[in-house]
Design a protein around this ligand. Structure first.
Ligand code: ATP
Ligand code: MG
Length: 423
C-alpha cells in the first residue's frame, strides 16, 4: 500500500504555495517597515523549555506536545509555539545586554498533537512577533496595530479585535478569591476540566467553551473588576493609543490567558465566516516569562497568528492575487544541433535573470507551442533545423499572435530589450 502523509499534516503543492509566498512576503514587508527583525530558532527544544515557558497547566503541555527521547536519552519536543524559544534565545544569546527593546519576528511550522479538523492541524504555521525589554502601553499598542494593519492590507473583512487586561499577580490574587467565592455554590456542576481549574487556575474557567460552564460564569467577577491602579492605567492608555491609531477594538473581559507570567494586556483577533476556527491571532504581555526561562526580569509582549487560518480568511474575503506569467520566453528547439544552440541561449538569458525555459521532453513543435501557450509565456523562440542553417530564430509574440525572424546573433539583445520594457 502507498504510504500516506501523517494525520493533520498537509502537502502544499504548486498553485497553493504561491499564496503562501505572497502572505510571507507581505509579512516580511510589514515587519521591515515596523522595525522588527527575523529570528530563527530550532524546530525542537528541550522538553523542559515548554514545560516551564508554556506552562504545566496548559492544554499544549498537558495534551498536545510531540515529545520523544532522542538517542542520547534527552527528552526533546517539536516546538508547539514560538514564544518560549524566542525568550530562551534572548537569554542564551544575551540579547538583554544590547539596545532595548528587542523587536523580533518569526515564521514557521509548529507541532501540536490535536484532533485534526478544518483550520486545526498537527503541523501548522505561525507568524509571530515578540518585543522584549519594554513595558509601556505604547508597545502593546504598536504590536496590536501591526496585526490590524497587516490584516487590512490583506483585505480581510469582518475583523474583530478583542482586548482585555488580566492584571498582575497582585490584582489577580484578589480576582481569584472573588471568582472562587462566586463559583463555589455551583462548583460541582462545572465540567471536569474546570473542577480541576477551580483550585489550580480558576481564571481559565472564564473562557471554557463548555455551555454549562459558560452559563455558570455569567455575571462572574472579571479581572477588570479588580485591576490595581497601575494595571488599570496601563489598560486605559492602551485603549487611547489604539483609538489614536484607528484600530477598531472591543473590550472582552472574558478573554483570559491563564498563566502566571501573563500580565496586563491580552488580545485576540477573530474573523467572521471562516467556519468553526475563527481565532486568527492571539497575544499578550508576558512580563514574567524571560525570568521563568532563566533570564533577568524583562518585560515582553507578542502575538502568534495561524497562517493557515489567515489564508482561509483571505480566501473567504474573495481576495485574489494576480501573478505575473511564469515564463517570459520559451525556446522551442527541433533537432539535436538546434537544441544545443537553444540551450546555450536559454542559459545566457537565465544568467541575466530573465525567465526563459526550454522543452525537456523532446516533444513536437505543436505540443511545445501548446505548452508555451498554457504557461502564458510572452514569447516563443522557435529554432528548427532550417532556421539554424539560415542562422535565424523565429520570435513569436504569443499574446498578439505575431511573429518575426531575428538573426541568431541579435536574438539575445532583442529579448533583453523586450524584457526591460516588460518589467
Ligand atoms: P485554539 O483556541 O484555536 O486552540 P490556541 O489558543 O491554542 O487556539 P494559540 O496557542 O494562541 O492558539 O496560537 C495562536 C494562533 O495559532 C491561533 O489563534 C490560531 O490561529 C493558530 N493555531 C493554534 N493551533 C492551531 C492548529 N492546531 N492548527 C492551525 N492553527 C492553529
Ligand atoms: Mg489550542
Amino acid at each position: 500500500m502507498a504510504i500516506q502523509r501523517p494525520k493533520g499534516t498537509q502537502d502544499l503543492l504548486p498553485g497553493v504555495v504561491e499564496k503562501w509566498q505572497d502572505l510571507e512576503q507581505q509579512i516580511r514587508k510589514i515587519c521591515r517597515e515596523y522595525g522588527y527583525e527575523e529570528i530563527r530558532t530550532p524546530m525542537f527544544e528541550a522538553t523542559e523549555l515548554f514545560q516551564r515557558g508554556v506552562g504545566e497547566t496548559t492544554d499544549i503541555v498537558n495534551k498536545e506536545m510531540y515529545s520523544f527521547l532522542d538517542k542520547g536519552d534527552r527528552s526533546v519536543t517539536l516546538r508547539p509555539e514560538g514564544t518560549a524559544s524566542v525568550c530562551r534565545a534572548y537569554v542564551e544569546n544575551k540579547l538583554y545586554g544590547g539596545p532595548q527593546p528587542v523587536k523580533l519576528y518569526y515564521m514557521g511550522p509548529m507541532f501540536r498533537y490535536e484532533r485534526p479538523q478544518a483550520g486545526r492541524f498537527r503541523q501548522f504555521h505561525q507568524f509571530g512577533v515578540e518585543v522584549l525589554g519594554a513595558d509601556k502601553p505604547i508597545v502593546d499598542a504598536e504590536v496590536i496595530t501591526l496585526v490590524w494593519d497587516l490584516y487590512n492590507r490583506l483585505g480581510l473583512k469582518g475583523l474583530e479585535v478583542h482586548v482585555n487586561s488580566v492584571g498582575c499577580p497582585t490584582c489577580r490574587a484578589e480576582h481569584r478569591t472573588k471568582l472562587q467565592e462566586f463559583l463555589a455554590p455551583r462548583r460541582e456542576q462545572l465540567c471536569k476540566d474546570c473542577q480541576d481549574r477551580f483550585e489550580r487556575n480558576p481564571m481559565r474557567i472564564l473562557d471554557c467553551k463548555n455551555p454549562t460552564c459558560q452559563e455558570i460564569t455569567q455575571g462572574a467577577p472579571t479581572t477588570l473588576d479588580t485591576l490595581c491602579l497601575e494595571c488599570s492605567e496601563h489598560f486605559q492608555e492602551l485603549q487611547e493609543l489604539l483609538t489614536a491609531a484607528g484600530v477598531r477594538y472591543k473590550v472582552d473581559p472574558r478573554l483570559v490567558r491563564g498563566l502566571d507570567y501573563y500580565r496586563k494586556t491580552a488580545f485576540e483577533v477573530l474573523v467572521e465566516d471562516i467556519g468553526a476556527q475563527s481565532a486568527i491571532c492571539g497575544g499578550g504581555r508576558y512580563d514574567g516569562l524571560v525570568q521563568e526561562v532563566g533570564g533577568p526580569q524583562t518585560p515582553g509582549i507578542g502575538f502568534a497568528m495561524g497562517m493557515e487560518r489567515v489564508l482561509n480568511a483571505i480566501y473567504a474575503s474573495g481576495q485574489v492575487t494576480e501573478r505575473a506569467p511564469k515564463e517570459f520566453v520559451m525556446f522551442i528547439a527541433l533537432g539535436e544541433a538546434a537544441q544545443k544552440k537553444a540551450f546555450s541561449l536559454v542559459s545566457q538569458l537565465r544568467s541575466k535573470g530573465i525567465s526563459a525555459s526550454i522543452d525537456l521532453l523532446g516533444r513536437s513543435l505543436k505540443s511545445q507551442l501548446k505548452t508555451a501557450d498554457k504557461a502564458q509565456a510572452h514569447y516563443a523562440a522557435i529554432l528548427g533545423e532550417d532556421e539554424l542553417t539560415r542562422q535565424v530564430v523565429i520570435l513569436r509574440d504569443l499574446a498578439l499572435g505575431e511573429q518575426l525572424e531575428v538573426p541568431i546573433t541579435d536574438v539575445l539583445d532583442d529579448l533583453m530589450r523586450k524584457w526591460e520594457e516588460e518589467v
